[in-house]
Design a protein around this ligand. Structure first.
Ligand SMILES: [Zn+2]
Length: 486
């Protein structure tokens, strides 16, 4: 009996030592061989923008899956989004040809028309009433029209029948239309429309229409968002009745779909509770006026590196750890919604889902309900003094539990939390004062690799790896007591 006890004690000690050794190795590799920025380099500078409907997003999915497999993970490729048409971009450029000329700084929303090679035409002011339209209708053919009506913030011009009828109603009441006379101008043969854009430029898509587009209903006129300063200069010249010739070359290409996109789910299978999970994730799809480096390339890189660090450290957790690279977030959290609603993992088997989608900042703390506090303190201990310049803290939530969210917003944690699954996340901080402001990059042309802050991302990968591993080794799932009010 004594011998058995001794053997058992030895085994426990060996397991505890094994855990310690894994954590030690993660901490060590996190310092000496941290590859977060290598992943970022590939995603941001090799692949770039990753919009739903593009070959680039499929390429990114393949690359992520291949990386996980090369580190020894079991990989689930889950189809979650389908769009009827495909859309790829090549380079775009434009110039004002008159006088000294000017290189134009512009973008186009996704799923809008390109040009057939370089196309030259006169700039014209938008007609806003039927009389104005009749006065210029002969000149509209082959012209670029400067619009002051239309949506803001980088959305595409609404070309639906609904917009047509709204404008018709406004014109019938003798009001100036708040939506452009789109259909009439397209029928009159314009090359495209030009709208002013604030800087940094935001370029999105037509959320209402992109999933309904078919090869027979593709837009034909370009939808250009131009630097508002250049727009003002051109508009003034045209208002002064000077002739302004503009030339655009825009390689926006449609091709027949359907295009299918996937969640890439990497599993480190648990030894004792293989059907229970600690989860973390980020979204792979991104707007494509820039390279989606921050939103959410940085999240993907941190999630991937947390996985790689654990694999490289020989982690064999008791509970499974799942690393989720979601698709279709920018279109309404499509990938994570699909995952949760299809109960890919039963809701009561998820200990916590950690989401990372935001600035390229350092994970510095976690605030948890009282019932989770002791577990998090135990698990996060190795992080407290890992980097004395970025001290990590675990805080107990004060006061009442929040109500469970009933609407989906924000990011990929939403459908988890709406269904009562814990989504404790790390607080992220610009602790060294790199002057990062999310609004500067969010969905803009400035969401580029050079906005990433390596020391923060590398640190965060270690924090996520150590925390997930510790939670996966507890002998219980995290308590949901006091998580939400109900
Ligand atoms: Zn995002």
């Amino acid at each position: 009996m004594k011998k058995i006890l001794f053997t058992l004690l030895f085994l426990f000690a060996a397991v505890a030592y094994g855990q310690d050794k894994v954590v030690k190795t993660v901490l060590e590799l996190g310092r000496t061989d941290n590859r977060t920025m290598q992943h970022a380099d590939y995603i941001a500078r090799n692949i770039g923008g990753r919009l739903v409907g593009t070959h680039m997003l499929n390429h990114a999915e393949d690359w992520v899956a291949q990386q996980f497999r090369s580190w020894g993970f079991e990989v689930i490729v889950q189809e979650a989004v389908e769009i009827g048409i495909g859309f790829d971009r090549g380079p775009w450029s434009g110039r004002m040809l008159s006088e000294d000329g000017m290189t134009l700084h512009f973008g186009t929303p996704a799923y809008t028309a390109g040009t057939r090679g370089p196309q030259k035409g006169r700039a014209l002011l938008e007609p806003k009433t039927q009389n104005e339209f009749d006065r210029v209708k002969g000149a509209l053919k082959g012209a670029w029209v400067l619009l002051e009506t239309g949506p803001e913030s980088g959305l595409a011009i609404d070309a639906t029948a609904k917009a047509d009828s709204l404008r018709a109603a406004q014109l019938a009441q003798g009001e100036k239309a708040s939506v452009p006379m789109y259909r009439q101008m397209v029928e009159a043969g314009v090359l495209g429309f030009i709208r002013p854009s604030k800087l940094p430029m935001q370029v999105l898509y037509n959320r209402a229409a992109c999933f309904e587009l078919t090869m027979d209903t593709l837009p034909t006129a370009c939808d250009i968002l131009l630097d508002e300063h250049q727009f003002g200069t051109i508009k003034q010249k045209v208002a002064d009745r000077q002739e302004v010739i503009l030339e655009f070359d825009i390689r926006n290409h449609f091709f027949p779909g359907p295009m299918k996109h996937h969640n890439i789910l990497a599993v480190l299978r648990g030894s004792k509770y293989p059907d229970e999970y600690v989860m973390m994730g980020s979204h792979l799809d991104a707007y494509d006026i820039a390279t989606g480096s921050t939103d959410d390339g940085q999240g993907v890189c941190v999630t991937m590196e947390a996985a790689r660090l654990l694999a490289a450290s020989g982690a064999k957790p008791k509970r499974s750890i799942m690393f989720c690279i979601w698709t279709g977030e920018e279109y309404g959290l499509l990938g994570s919604k699909y995952f949760v609603e299809h109960k890919t993992v039963p809701w009561d088997k998820i200990s916590n889902y950690f989401n990372r989608d935001g600035g390229p900042l350092a994970a510095v703390s976690v605030t948890v309900p009282p019932a989770m506090y002791d577990d998090f303190v135990e698990v996060c201990k190795p992080l407290f003094d890992y980097n004395p310049e970025i001290p990590f803290t675990v805080n107990r939530r004060d006061g009442e539990a929040p109500a469970r969210p009933t609407t989906a917003g924000g990011s990929d944690h939403a459908y988890f939390s709406m269904n009562g699954i814990p989504v404790i996340s790390f607080r992220e901080s610009d602790i060294f004062g790199h002057d990062f402001i999310y609004r500067d990059i969010w969905h803009t042309e400035d969401d580029l690799y050079d906005k990433l802050i390596p020391e923060y991302l590398e640190h965060s990968a270690v924090v996520q790896a150590v925390t997930a591993y510790g939670l996966a080794n507890l002998d219980h799932l995290l308590s949901r007591n006091g998580l939400y009010k109900d």
